[in-house]
Structure formats: C-alpha cells, structure tokens
Design a protein around this ligand. Structure first.
Ligand code: PHE
Length: 682
C-alpha cells in the first residue's frame, strides 16, 4: 500500500517551506482587506467573540482534519476523498470548484491593488501627489469618486442590480499582470513555491509592522482604535454577524476549498500536522488583528489631523465604506498624513504580496486536482487554467463588476457555499469515514496529540454549529425581503447568478467525479473491506428516532400552532436529535475496531440526527432574535478606548502571543523526528 502512495510525488523542501506556503495561502486579502471592515461593520470588539470561537472550535480542528486526510492519502482533495469511498470524490471536487469560482474574482481585487501600487509609485516620483488626495469631507468624497467613478467606472448600485456594463480597460492590464505573476510563481511546481513564499510571507509582515508602528504613534490613534475595539453587543443577535464570523474563518484559513488538503499531500511522510495547523491558524488570526490595528490607528490619526486643520473628518465618516475601506478610507487617511505616497506604496505593496500567494494557492490546487485525476501534463493544464481564469475574471472588470463581485462573494463565502461545504466535509469524514484512522495518523507524527474529543468535535459539535448557522440563515433568507428580488418584485441579477453558481457547483462536482480518471488509486484501497458489521439494531433505532424528529420539525414548520406548543416541540426535537446522535456515536465508537465496522444505518442516523438538532436550534434562535428587538447602535464616539476594549485587546494579544509561543515551544522541544511509522507501514 505504502509503495503505491509513495510514487514520485512532488514535495515541499522543508517543514518551514510548507508552513510558509500554508501561511501564504491563508494570509491574504482576507486579512488586510476583509477582516478590518467586517469587524467594524459587525459589532467591533463584539465580533471577536464569534470569531475566536469559530477559530478554535471549528477552524483549527478542521485544519488538522484537512492536513491529516491530505497527508494520509498523499492526494489532492478529490482523490483524497475517493480513498474512503468512490462517491466521496464529489465532496473533494465541490471544494475545488468553489475555489475555482473564487479564483475568477480574487485576482480582480489584486488587480486593483496593483493599480493603486502603481499610482503610489508615480506619486513618489512626482513629488508626493496622489490622485485621491483631497481635504476635509469633500476630500472623502474625492477619494470615493476616484475609486468608484474614475477607477471602477461604477454604475449606480441600483442599475448594477440588472446589468454588467462595458469593460473597464484600465483594469484589464493589471488583471493580466496579476495572472502572469501567479503563473510564474507556480509554473515550476511546489518546490519553487516553497522558496517564493520566503519572500511573499515575511515581506508583507514587515510592511504591516511599519504601518502599525506608524499608526499607533500618530496622535489620535486611540480614537481610531475605539471604533475598532469598542464592542456593540447587539450585533451578536443577528445571524449575519455569526455567518460572517464563521465564513471569515473559513475564507481566511483557506479551509474547505480543498487547498489545505492538497498542500498537505505534498508534505513529507514524517512531518508534523497538528502543531503546524495551530501555528498557521494563530499566525493568520494575528495578522488579521494587527492589520486592523494598523488601519484603524491610522484612521484615528487622520481624524485628529483633519480636526486640527479645521475640516474635521470623523472616523465613522470614512470607515463606513465597507469593502472599499482599503481603496477609499485608508488611502484617504494616508493622504492626510506626511509621506503619503511612501506609506501608500507600503500599504499596497503589502496587499499585493499578501494576496499573490493566496491567489496562486487556488490555481495550484485546481491544477493538482486535475493532474491527479487525469494524468494530464501540468505544463498544459496550468496555462489553460490561467487563460480561462483571466477571461472569466473580465466579468468583474466591468462597470457593474464590483457589485457583482460583492454579491457573488457573499454567496460563495456565505452560508450557501462555504458553510455548507464545511458541514459536508465534517459529516462525511466524521460519520462515513473512519475518523479514528485520521486522528491516529495525525497524532503519530505531531508535536502534540489531539484526544478523542477531536473526533466528537468533527462528528457532532461542528456539524451542529454549522448546521444551525445554515438553517438560521436559510430561514432568514427565505422569509426576508430583497434576497433575490427588489421590493418592486424585479429580479436582482447578481443575486440570481450567485445562487445559480452555488447550486451549480455541486452539479459540476458530480460530473467531474463521474468522469473516468486514471484508475490507479481509489478503489485499490478499501479500508473496510471484509470487516464484520456491528450495531445494526442500535443503528436502526437511532435512525427511526432521527426520522421521527425530522417529522416533528416539519410539522412545527408547516402547521400553524401556538407559541407554547411550538416551544415544546422544538425542545423535544432538540433533546431527541441529540439523543439519537449520541446513540449513533456510541455505535461508531464501539464497533469501529480493527476487526469490525459500525453499521451504515448508525452512520446515516448520526448525520440526520445532527441536522435535526441544528434545525431545532436555528428555529429557536430565530424566535429569540425576533424578540431581542435589534437596535442599530453605532459605535460610541470617544477619544480613548473604553475599559472593555482594553480587556478585549489584552485577551486577544494573550491568545496570539501565548498560542504562538506555546506552539513553537512544543515544536522545539519535540525535536525533529519522532521516528514513528505511518500506520500503513506497520
Ligand atoms: N485565505 C485567503 C485570504 O485570506 C483567501 C483564500 C480563500 C485562499 C480560499 C485560498 C482559498 O485572503
């Protein structure tokens, strides 16, 4: 078996090569562009609660899962899943196709960064004038006009709902540059990637450090940080806050797109998995958090300077620009301060170097998946993908493109795309696959080991949490207005396309998995062949129970009834669902041994029961959030950080510094080689 897998697969040169490449993929535009504005828009410091929860309960455990399956099978995502069962290949392709959707628009944002980098360079050479500079509130308007109209040529949002408009030629060239850069980073395979990331990972960190120190030493910076960190607790009552927090964790850690699975497949046989996952995740969070500090401290400095100059621009006036934060608010703020062109250069250079390794991680993984499946030559697949990706990217390089990009990103990175995919990955690997094998594999080569609780996280806790989020948002979308149509009943085109894409993704995944590929793996290894089946009876009981709970929930949804009766049914379903899930879990624990396997009825019962429990939770949450009467309170305006914010700041820094310190300590004290063999080799 082992020899079969040891065929000449490419590999990273060193452990640090892998860690850096994985960090390179994880740390990207999501950190410096996405995180700060999401945190600000969804409750400031309060957003950190769902975020940190998601990071530790979902993010790190799933990264360990992806590393272990990739490393165990030494295959790109689709083939890795196929090792469990022929049908599971669909799950692998699902993630890869989602990555493909992202790789059509992610480089477009990078192209903006390239353009702004260019303007900054021109600014440096022409005496510091930046095209978006301006004074006071009108200056903010200038900056908005520069990005939205001069650069993007954006049409009115109301119109962008219905059409794309013509191509913006000024963005086509930077987009081509982006794709060319991505191509040259990976055309020689992962070994070169392992070297390039020595540049693309530390460089942006250095830039960020400069921006942070500069920001924090500006007068007024605390005022900016108050906007970043002062919590608005009421935001926690909205499903969208949680959805964004969880979605951001997946996106930022590059999880559930098959990226980390494939990257780990290039890893040497004897390499650490668990500790690497910890280091990468915490480093990613640290980068996001520090990026936010840099951005908001600078905005505070800007507010102070404009106040002094008599044309005060408060932080909230510019920070409200949301996704345009990096292209309007921040450049504007820099333009108010000394050496603006130089610092703009540093900022956009950081964005470009951060984003490029994330972007090429997507192409690399798509290419690896296709090559693994078909055996085609990399030297053909990569250029073809580059051209196709570039051409599809042109959709977003239009007058309406920015709005389309935002909407489609909302679908792909929202509940419908990534949350669902994460859920699927966990239930398939947790219930249908023998997750104990993966845990043993990961532990056998790691600086520290995960206990049985990890199985239960993947099998029960994460599916219930993600499922609840999924149903919560689903009910919210269906009942809310403006999901696919405007109030006047007109269809919103980008939303329809976005929904179409997420529905189409699994279809494409199914087709890809049906296509015949190289037949050297997959069926060759059936771990459970010939094992005795146990727990049929308990499995059947659990299944019937779970089915009954589903019936109850459907009744609760469709039949009108009083509030009291509804509460009884929901609590009953929750308890029933959890009970059936625990019973199935017991069957799996008991019968997955080296000579027997748990019945399929128990496995499916577990999945169904987990979904029951999460639907019940979602329905309860909807009731609660409805009662909580959400008021839109803006972040309070203060010159100083509030006491709570200091606590939040302290706790977060402790998590980041403590977490990284501990991981490195474990890595150093564990030594290089544990000498433990792969389970297949025993
Ligand atoms: N993690 C990257 C970021 O934060 C984006 C990414 C998503 C990369 C999915 C690969 C796959 O920007």
């Amino acid at each position: 078996m082992a020899e079969l897998l040891e065929e000449q697969r490419e590999s990273w040169g060193t452990r640090s090569g892998f860690i850096l490449a994985a960090i390179g993929s994880a740390v990207g535009l999501g950190n410096l562009w996405g995180f700060p504005y999401k945190l600000y828009s969804f409750g400031g410091g309060a957003f950190l609660i769902p975020y940190i929860l998601a990071l530790f309960v979902v993010g790190i455990p799933i990264m360990i899962l992806e590393f272990s399956i990739g490393h165990y099978t030494q295959r790109a995502a689709p083939d890795a899943f196929k090792r469990g069962h022929k049908r599971f290949e669909i799950v692998g392709w699902w993630g890869i196709v989602l990555a493909f959707v992202i790789v059509t628009y992610y480089p477009v944002i990078l192209a903006y960064c390239f353009s702004f980098l260019w303007y900054s360079i021109v600014g440096i050479f022409t005496g510091g004038e930046l095209p978006w500079a301006g004074e006071g509130i009108e200056g903010v308007e200038n900056a908005k006009v520069f990005f939205n109209e001069t650069y993007l040529g954006k049409v009115d949002i109301a119109d962008a709902r219905f059409y794309l408009g013509s191509i913006r030629w000024n963005i086509v060239l930077p987009l081509a540059v982006t794709w060319a850069a991505m191509y040259f980073c990976i055309f020689r395979g992962v070994r070169l990637v392992g070297k390039i990331v020595w540049l693309t990972v530390p460089l942006p960190w250095l830039m960020l450090l400069i921006l942070t120190v500069r920001g924090l030493t500006l007068e007024g910076s605390m005022q900016g940080l108050a906007y970043y960190l002062d919590p608005v607790w009421s935001e926690l009552a909205k499903p969208v806050t949680w959805r964004y927090a969880f979605g951001q964790v997946f996106f930022s850690l590059s999880l559930a797109y098959g990226i980390m699975i494939t990257y780990a497949s290039f890893l040497h046989r004897k390499s650490d998995l668990n500790n690497n996952a910890g280091i990468i995740s915490i480093a990613d969070f640290g980068t996001s958090f520090v990026a936010g500090l840099a951005v908001f401290a600078t905005l505070g400095g800007m507010a102070f300077v404009t106040q002094q100059a008599g044309h005060a621009v408060p932080v909230e006036k510019v920070a409200e620009t949301g996704p345009s934060l990096a292209f309007v608010a921040f450049p504007y703020a820099l333009a108010q301060l000394p050496y603006s062109a130089w610092f703009s250069f540093i900022f956009f250079f950081a964005l470009v170097t951060l984003g490029i390794d994330s972007a090429f991680s997507m192409t690399e993984v798509i290419v690896a998946s296709i090559v693994d499946k078909t055996g085609w030559r990399r030297s053909i697949v990569l250029p073809a993908l580059t051209v196709v990706g570039f051409l599809l990217g042109l959709i977003y390089v239009t007058e309406g493109g920015f709005n389309w990009l935002g909407t489609i990103d909302g679908f792909v990175n929202g509940t419908w795309g990534i949350t669902f995919m994460g859920l699927l990955e966990c239930v398939v690997l947790g219930w249908l696959w023998r997750i104990g094998t993966l845990r043993r594999h990961a532990n056998s080569r790691s600086d520290w080991k995960v206990g049985r609780w990890w199985n239960y996280l993947i099998r029960m806790v994460i599916p219930v949490a993600l499922g609840a989020l999924f149903f919560w948002q689903l009910f919210d979308d269906i009942t809310g207005e403006g999901f696919l149509r405007t109030a006047e009943g007109e269809w919103i085109l980008p939303s329809c396309v976005g929904l179409g894409i997420v529905v189409f993704v699994p279809v494409v995944a199914i087709i890809l998995s049906i296509l015949k590929g190289r037949s050297d793996i997959g069926d060759a290894h059936r771990p459970e062949q010939g094992l005795v089946v146990g727990g049929r009876f308990e499995g059947a009981v659990a299944f019937v129970g779970a089915l009954a709970v589903t019936g109850l929930l459907v009744v609760c949804l469709t039949v009108p009834m009083g509030e009291g009766a509804k509460q009884v049914i929901l609590w009953g379903s929750l308890v029933g669902g959890i009970a059936a899930m625990l019973l199935s879990n017991y069957v799996l624990d008991r019968h997955h041994t080296s000579t027997s396997q748990a019945s399929w009825s128990a496995r499916w019962a577990g999945i169904l029961a987990a979904m029951d429990a999460s639907a019940a939770i979602a329905m309860m949450l909807i009731g609660l959030a409805g009662e909580a009467k959400i008021e839109d309170t803006a972040a309070p305006i203060r010159d100083k950080l509030s006491g709570v914010s200091y606590v939040i700041l302290g706790v977060v820094l402790l998590i980041i510094i403590g977490g990284l310190g501990w991981s490195f300590y474990r890595a150093l004290s564990a030594g290089k080689d544990t000498g433990i063999q792969h389970p297949d080799e025993e």
